[in-house]
Design a protein. Structure first.
Length: 344
């Protein structure tokens, strides 16, 4: 593959590039605000008419968990796509240097994840209640419980990940990020449930694949935007093709682990009723519908990548896919704050 460096155009008077950038920023802020409403308002909506009781502060906890998941996806996706970028044919410029990559968002994600993990740890330190002040929290008691230790692990892991992003070897953040995923998998399946290790293993695979898919697509689109202006369409199309092949495997793993986890919590004989009669089932049904929409957008993007005259026209459905995946992350955060259905 031959990479060419086109001459960049010059924005005309009036700054259309600036206006486009400002409009894009406003659109992102609006989408983030709308996505935040899902975990904030979702618990009361999902619980309405079910007869179930929600935990105190469920909306705030769901929002913190959503932010934590998003902060996990960003650096995992960057590490994943940057590795794919090194596999692109002709992945070096004429100078022998690797192709440029966008500025990393990992340091900011580590800060956001640290704050979210700290907020969740404060809830655990108050006995899974929303703290009214510092005096309500038993910080020292976090070491005495399993949930407290896992919460502290996540706080420290994001702190270490942030330090790694500022070091000479930012790829070392992979290990503290892996610790966060393991902690989330263990937290989601306490020892009191049936076969907790099986459940934790399923969640581990599910969360890892989801982080690679969501964060990877976001960073791939950022990379394509940068490469299109510098190297033309060839390198970007090759990168998107590499990502699409891996994403197909990730989708299969996410689907398999998601179905298996759902059947463990809602037996086949009751799943149809619980999908509409319980808060957890309603949120799960919304997530399934969103994932189906994401899969359709992914297939559309893959079709354009293979058949369209301009392979990068696949970026349009891919951008819509990123938005839908953001909603999936928000609903996933909501699920963690809802009562688990009773196995009838």
């Amino acid at each position: 593959m031959t990479l060419t460096r086109p001459t960049p155009g010059v924005a005309g008077s009036g700054g259309p590039v600036r206006r486009a950038g400002a409009g894009r920023a406003v659109a992102v802020l609006v989408l983030v605000a709308l996505a935040a409403l899902i975990p904030l308002l979702g618990p009361s909506t999902a619980l309405h008419g079910t007869g179930e009781a929600g935990a105190p502060g469920a909306g705030g906890i769901a929002l913190l968990r959503t932010v934590l998941f998003a902060a996990l996806c960003v650096p995992v996706g960057e590490l994943f796509v940057n590795r794919l970028a090194r596999s692109v044919p002709g992945a070096e410029e004429a100078t022998g240097r690797p192709l440029a990559v966008p500025r990393s968002w990992s340091p900011f994600a580590a800060v956001v994840g640290f704050v979210a993990a700290l907020g969740l740890a404060s809830v655990v330190a108050t006995g899974n209640l929303v703290p009214g002040g510092l005096s309500d929290m038993d910080v020292g008691g976090l070491h005495a419980s399993r949930d407290g230790k896992l919460a502290l692990l996540e706080v420290n892991a994001f702190l270490v990940a942030g330090l790694c992003t500022l070091s000479r070897r930012p790829a070392t953040q992979l290990w503290p990020l892996a610790a966060v995923i393991v902690a989330e998998a263990l937290r989601a399946h306490p020892p009191t449930e049936q076969s907790p290790l099986t459940g934790s293993g399923l969640t581990l695979v599910h969360l890892t694949c989801a982080a690679l898919w969501v964060g990877g697509l976001l960073h791939a689109l950022r990379t394509l935007r940068l490469w299109h202006g510098r190297y033309g369409t060839g390198a970007g199309a090759a990168l998107l093709g590499l990502y699409a092949r891996v994403a197909a495997v990730l989708l299969a793993a996410i689907t398999a682990t998601g179905v298996w986890s759902s059947l463990r919590r809602m037996p086949p004989g009751t799943i149809l009723e619980q999908l509409t009669a319980t808060a957890y089932g309603r949120a799960l049904l919304a997530k399934v519908l969103l994932v189906a929409a994401v899969a359709a957008l992914a297939l559309w993007a893959r079709s354009r990548l293979r058949r369209a005259a301009d392979p990068l026209s696949a970026c349009a459905p891919a951008r819509a896919e990123v938005v839908a995946l953001g909603l999936v992350v928000a609903v996933s955060g909501l699920l963690t704050a809802l009562p688990v259905p009773i196995r009838w």
